[in-house]
Design a protein around this ligand. Sequence first.
Ligand code: 13P
Ligand code: SF4
Length: 335
Amino acid sequence: MFTELTEAKKNLQKKGFLDMEVDVRLDLFAEIERLKKEKNAIILAHYYQEPDIQDVADYIGDSLGLSQQAAKTDADIIVFAGVHFMAETAKILSPQKKVLLPDLKAGCSLADSAPPELFARFKAQYPDHLVISYINCSAGIKALSDIICTSSNAEKIIEAVPKDQPIIFAPDRNLGSYLVKKTGRDMVLWNGACMVHEIFSLEKITKLKVRHPNAKIIAHPECEAPVLAIADFIGSTTGLLKFTQRDDAKEYIVVTETGILHQMQKENPDKTFIPAPPNNACACNDCPHMKLNTLEKLYLCMEYEQPEITMDEQLRIAAKRPIDRMLEISAQAGL
Ligand code: 13P
Ligand code: SF4
């Protein structure tokens, strides 16, 4: 066991997680509960995590809810069941806490589509512009931004900026275009996108709708404009979930990552949720980054307190300012 741990720690950076055997007879749910109590740890999980992880989490939410929880928790350890930029945001907000991510390689195609060096050059072309960045970006991009937003508060954040102030919106061009239409603000957009939300097939969704004429189409704003154009409701993951709770339809075609269906089904046992199909035969509506986290990796990271998120203090301070601004505006708007 000792040799295995030493070996796993040595390989941690290369592999991204503690690659160790977990006894299949172990009740991982009970073990994780024990570790939470022993270590005063809290598990924050995004809706795109696998169902077992959602079921052991203390809080499940969208990016805004998760950052609000990370800012206010009194736990000593935050175990972040999500992707790297989310765990990094938790560390930025709560530097005195140990922040663990079950697999350090759980990245994000959208965050990767905006390298800070290139973005700094892009920003330099628009010296009068204020930078609003979607939270799905690296700490480097956050440090170059004036205000952060998520899909649930983006409209309010834009509305809080004076009308004559020009804006750069980064990194998601789909969310950006949607917000340009919603707010009437002519923003300069960075050309990034999420690999999961861009893969949905308009043709297959339309065919599904023909077979399920009473189903409502609900979509995340990271989807492309033609998909959003046929949606009955557009919102963040929490927004979509809440809509299914208050709406009276019985069937929904859900155009976002499949993980959200677990909570939708739990909250609405009598309703039917159909995952929107991608434009090919693979399960590409599962986020490959989110799904790198498993219950085994979650257990191992809590047991050995690794992998841990660490970051440069100057970068952390610079990245915190626009997140604080977002949290302030959100609180004022009652979000
Ligand atoms: P929200 O949960 O904030 O809607 O974000 C969706 C997403 O793509 C997270 O990676
Ligand atoms: Fe990133 Fe898209 Fe995965 Fe969300 S679903 S983590 S935006 S790649």
